[in-house]
Design a protein around this ligand. Sequence first.
Ligand code: UT7
Length: 329
Amino acid sequence: MKNLRPVGVIGTGKYVPERILNNAELEKMVDTNDEWIVSRTGIRERHIAAPEQATSDLAYEAAIKALDSAGLKAEELDLIVVATITPDTTFPSTACILQERLGAKKAAAFDLGAACSGFVYSLAAATGFIQNGMYNNALVIGADTLSRITDYTDRNTCVLFGDGAGAVVIGEVPEGRGFQSFDLGAEGTGGELLKLPAGGSRLPSSPETLAAKQHFIYMSGREVFKFAVRVMGTATEEVLRKAEMTKEDIDLFIPHQANIRIIQSAMQRLDLSEDRVMINVQKYANTSAASIPLALVEAVEEGRVKEGDRVVMVGFGGGLTWGGTALIW
Ligand code: UT7
């Protein structure tokens, strides 16, 4: 990305719903226990949206904080991208719902679906629009309400997911800062391993699909685990190579928060000690597209990201997909 207009993060905000669902409560719902969940995943609790809250409501709360921290008015926004697989409705898009609610009258708005990699995919897309001069700024949000597509009678999946939203405003930054590289990828061959079978044009909603529980997340956990461990390593190495950085340069590594064991395997491969890695999976579980921005925003709030720091973010998810980026804060 040499000689292009430098683009970076100029504002951040996050939101998680108030209600916390902890492992002890899940023990009463399915045949599981705190010891299994913590040792296999690192998750202790997750936040769950209130019945009246949809994805755009979570996204809105994160967005107003991000706009405020960027010192930007909603009317000044050029673009809104919402990474989500749980939009309020198939259409209008969640980004359009948000555009109206924020009063971002001149902003173009669209949703982007790349599951848990969606936030990094969206950052790459929005950065491109700004680099090529089409827009000056963008609000990029990762927001998901996975509780709405989780089967709370299935112990294989229901312990893993939570709800939340993380937002950034991106725009031009001083020379030498901002996004240095992106690495996006997909392996459609693994599409069957992680999916929501019904409700689309292949299998429209019907009494049969409801009865067969096809409106819930289906996942082949062990296979996704192997994919995740592999691409966390390769995608990180690729973004470092493209940014002309080495693993020693990483000041803060922000991985997708799906499973502590996946994060630990990346830490081992990259020789990263805990003080160089952002981990909050224990509090929020896997929040899909919201996971990386929630971790980024929390790191900023905790003072763990300083000006000039080299930050690497890498995610993986349904599709199957992966996305990584290296930036100088
Ligand atoms: O954002 C991307 C989305 N997905 C992921 O990142 C998920 C990637 N995969 C994983 O994180 C892990 O594969 C899981 C956490 C889903 C599962 O961990 P695992 O170590 O791969 O366990 P397993 O699937 O091999 O299951 C081991 C055992 C099984 O029992 P049997 O068949 O060996 O008797 C499961 O039935 O653990 C059982 N099990 C549970 N036991 C207690 C599965 N879920 C639970 C549970 N409580 N909640």
